[in-house]
Design a protein. Structure first.
Lengths: 281, 364
C-alpha cells in the first residue's frame, strides 16, 4: 500500500501532461483535415455559415461529382498517378545506380556528388522558359512523357544524395564477401547491396513521389488540356463566380488518398533497418 | 589446394605506400599467419591476394597461375571477414550456399554440401535462422561454413576472431586449427594477436610498415628473433631489453650490464663482434629461473634481485624486478617467490638470451 501511494503522483502527472500535449497536437494536425472533409460534403449554403456547421445535416457528394467530372479532376488524377509513379520508379532506379557508383567507386572524386546536389540550388523559375521552349520544339509539350522526364530530373538529386548517404554507411565487407564467393560486380550489387539498401531506396522513393504528387509549377507550364495533373485542376476552382470551396475540398480529399496509402505501406520499410544487429557480434 | 607465390608485391594508395615490396612463398597446405601491428600492411596484403585490391606492382601466383588480372571470383579463394560479413537478408543455409548458387551449381548438390559443412561446424540446427538471430560465435561459424563449402584452393582469414570474447576466441582458435588439420588446404590468416599467430601458424610472417621483418616457424622466430622488433612483438609477458656492452677479454666473452658482467657461453659471438660494442640484451621471462645449487649451471649467470611485483597465474608466477635499472620479468615456479620485497637469486640462461646490436637493432 505504502509503495503504491508513493508512486501515484509520479504515475499520474506524466500521462496527464503527455495526453494533453498529444491531444493538442492531434487537434492541430487533424482539424484542417476534418474541416476539408466537412466542407467537401456540405451543401454550398453552409460553407460560410455563422455559426459554423460542424457536420452537415444532409451530406452530399455533389461536389465530388463536379470536381471529378465537370472539372476533369479524374483525368488529372489518372495523369498524376501515371506521371508520379513513373518518375518515382525512374528516379529510384537511376538514383540507386548513381549513388552506388559515387559511394563505392568514388566516381568523379569529391566534386561530382556535390554537383549533383547543387542542382537543387537553382530556382526552378530560372529554367522554366527554356524548358518550355525546348519542350514545344521537341514535341513533348503537354505529354505525360515530357512531365515524367522533367520530374525524374528534378527528383534525382535528392534521391541520389539520400542513397549516397545510405550506401556510404553500409559496410563494404558483405559485397566483398559476395565477390570472393563467386559474384560479378553486378551480382554483388543486385543480390547483396540492393536488398540491404531497400529501406533507403524506399525512403528516397517516397520523397520523390511526394515531390511529384504535389508539384504545381512545372505541371502548369508544361501541360495544357491533355497531360495536366491533379494540382493544376485546383486553379479552376477560383474563378469569376467566386471560390468553389466544396469542389476544392472534394478534390483535396481525393488527392490525399494515395499519399496516405503510400505512407501506411512504406512506413514499415522506412522504420526498419535491415542491417540492424546483423553485422557485429 | 595450391601454393601461393608473391613476388615483389607493392600497394600504394595515392601517396601512402601500404605494402612496400613483399616476396613470400607459401607452400601448398601450409598455415601461414601474417602478423604485425595495425597499419603494417598485413590486411592489405591479404586483400590483394583475394583480388579485392589491385596490386600496384609485383605478381601474385596461385597454383602456378599469375592471378593479378583475375577477378576475385575467378581466383578460387574463400575469405572469412573480421565482421563476418554475413548477408543479413538471407537465412544461414542460403548464406552458406550463396557462393555455390552464384556459380550455378545444381540445387540438390548445394543442399548436400551445405548440410555437410553445417555438420562439420555443428550448426545444422541454425540453418533456418537469420544472421541477426545468432550469437557472435555462431555467426563466425557460419562465415567459416560459407568458406569451406566452396572447397577453395586457398582460405583467407582477416582477423576472424577479434570480435569475439576471450573464451570464445580460444575455442574458435582450436577449431580453426583442427579444420586446417582435416582439410589440409593452404590457409593465410591475418591477425595482430601474437598468441593467435604462435598457436595457429606453421609459419609466421611478421610485418612492419609494409615490409616483412622476419618469417619462419613460430618457435624459430620466438627463439631466434632477427631484430628487437620481432623479439618485442612475440611473447607474453614481453621480452625485457637491457642496454649493455660486449666484453671480449682473452677467451672469455660476456655482456656487461650495469656493474655486473654476465658471462656468455663460448662461441656464442661471431668473431666480428668487438670488445666494448654497445648492445641490447633481450631476456624473456622463461630465460630466468630461481637459482638452485651453489653455482649457476653452465651457460648461465647468477643475479640477485629484490622482487617488486608478483603476478601469479596458477602454475607459474611472473616476478618483476630490476637489473641495472632496467625492468625484467622472470617466469618462476608458483612457490619460488612469496611476497614483494623478497630478495631472491635468479639464474639467467645466457645460452637462450638474445643479443642485438644497439645501433642496427639486429641480432648478433
Amino acid at each position: 500500500m505504502a509503495v503504491r501511494a508513493a508512486r501515484r503522483p509520479r504515475r499520474r502527472s506524466i500521462p496527464v501532461a503527455r495526453i494533453l500535449l498529444l491531444g493538442f497536437f492531434l487537434i492541430f494536425v487533424l482539424f484542417p483535415l476534418y474541416w476539408i472533409l466537412n466542407t467537401s460534403i456540405k451543401p454550398s449554403d453552409d460553407y460560410l455559415a455563422v455559426p459554423p456547421v460542424w457536420w452537415p445535416e444532409h451530406p452530399t457528394l455533389v461536389h465530388y461529382e463536379a470536381a471529378l467530372f465537370a472539372y476533369r479532376g479524374l483525368d488529372g488524377l489518372v495523369n498524376s498517378i501515371i506521371v508520379s509513379v513513373s518518375a518515382t520508379i525512374l528516379s529510384a532506379l537511376l538514383g540507386t545506380l548513381m549513388a552506388y557508383s559515387l559511394a563505392r567507386y568514388n566516381t568523379g572524386g569529391r566534386h561530382l556528388s556535390f554537383w549533383v546536389l547543387s542542382q537543387r540550388f537553382l530556382p526552378p523559375i530560372g529554367i522554366v522558359l527554356p524548358v518550355f521552349l525546348i519542350y514545344r520544339s521537341v514535341g513533348i509539350y503537354d505529354t505525360r512523357f515530357g512531365l515524367i522526364i522533367a520530374y525524374t530530373v528534378f527528383t534525382l538529386p535528392v534521391s541520389v544524395w539520400m542513397m549516397f548517404a545510405y550506401f556510404r554507411q553500409m559496410p563494404k565487407s558483405m559485397e566483398e564477401a559476395a565477390l570472393v564467393d563467386g559474384c560479378t560486380r553486378w551480382q554483388a550489387f543486385w543480390r547483396v547491396a540492393v536488398p540491404l539498401a531497400a529501406p533507403g531506396i524506399v525512403a528516397a522513393a517516397v520523397f520523390a513521389f511526394i515531390a511529384c504528387w504535389t508539384e504545381f509549377f512545372f505541371a502548369l507550364l508544361l501541360t495544357s488540356r491533355t497531360a495536366f495533373t491533379l494540382p493544376t485542376v485546383f486553379r479552376a476552382f477560383i474563378g469569376f463566380q467566386g471560390a468553389q470551396y466544396g469542389e476544392a475540398a472534394a478534390l483535396a480529399i481525393v488527392s490525399l488518398v494515395p499519399s496516405i496509402a503510400l505512407g501506411v505501406l512504406a512506413q514499415k520499410h522506412l522504420v526498419r533497418g535491415l542491417t540492424l544487429g546483423a553485422v557485429r557480434g | 589446394m595450391a601454393e601461393v607465390k608473391i613476388i615483389g608485391l607493392e600497394k600504394r594508395y595515392g601517396a601512402f605506400h601500404a605494402v612496400r615490396g613483399i616476396d613470400l612463398h607459401i607452400p601448398d597446405g601450409e598455415f601461414t599467419v601474417l602478423v604485425g601491428p595495425s597499419g603494417c600492411g598485413k590486411s592489405t596484403l591479404l586483400r590483394t591476394i583475394a583480388g579485392l585490391e589491385d596490386a600496384s606492382a609485383g605478381t601474385i601466383e596461385i597454383g602456378g597461375e599469375v592471378v593479378n588480372d583475375f577477378r576475385p571470383r575467378d581466383r578460387d579463394v574463400a575469405m572469412v571477414f573480421q565482421d563476418y560479413a554475413l548477408y543479413p537478408h538471407m537465412k544461414v543455409a542460403d548464406n552458406i550456399g550463396f557462393g555455390l548458387k552464384a556459380r550455378k551449381m545444381p540445387k540438390a548438390e548445394i543442399e548436400k554440401r551445405v548440410g555437410e559443412a553445417a555438420k562439420m561446424l555443428d550448426i545444422t540446427q541454425l540453418l533456418n535462422r537469420l544472421p541477426r538471430q545468432l550469437s557472435g560465435g555462431q555467426r563466425q561459424r557460419v562465415a567459416i561454413g560459407r568458406a569451406i563449402v566452396r572447397n577453395p584452393r586457398v582460405f583467407l582469414f582477416d582477423e576472424p576472431l577479434s570480435n569475439l570474447d576471450a573464451q570464445l576466441r580460444d575455442e574458435m582458435r582450436s577449431e580453426i586449427k583442427r579444420l586446417h588439420q582435416s582439410l589440409a588446404t593452404t590457409m593465410i590468416y591475418v591477425t595482430h594477436d601474437q598468441i593467435e599467430a604462435m598457436t595457429l601458424a606453421d609459419r609466421i610472417v611478421l610485418m612492419r610498415d609494409g615490409l616483412i621483418e622476419q618469417q619462419g616457424a613460430p618457435l624459430d622466430l620466438f627463439e631466434r628473433p632477427a631484430n628487437t622488433f620481432v623479439a618485442g612483438f612475440l611473447g607474453s609477458p614481453k621480452i625485457s631489453f637491457l642496454s649493455g656492452r660486449l666484453v671480449r677479454q682473452g677467451g672469455a666473452d660476456g655482456v656487461a650490464v650495469g656493474d655486473s658482467v654476465l658471462p656468455l657461453p663460448p662461441q656464442r659471438l661471431a668473431s666480428s663482434a668487438s670488445d666494448g660494442q654497445p648492445i641490447v640484451l633481450g631476456l624473456r621471462p622463461e630465460h630466468l629461473s630461481r637459482a638452485t645449487g651453489p653455482t649457476p649451471p653452465p651457460g648461465s649467470a647468477r643475479y640477485e634481485a629484490v622482487v617488486d611485483l608478483i603476478q601469479p597465474t596458477g602454475s607459474r608466477s611472473y616476478a618483476s624486478f630490476q637489473i641495472a635499472g632496467a625492468p625484467v620479468v622472470a617466469e618462476l615456479q608458483a612457490h619460488d617467490v612469496s611476497r614483494p620485497g623478497e630478495r631472491i637469486a635468479v639464474d639467467v640462461n645466457m645460452k637462450r638470451a638474445s643479443i642485438f646490436d644497439a645501433g642496427t637493432q639486429r641480432a648478433i
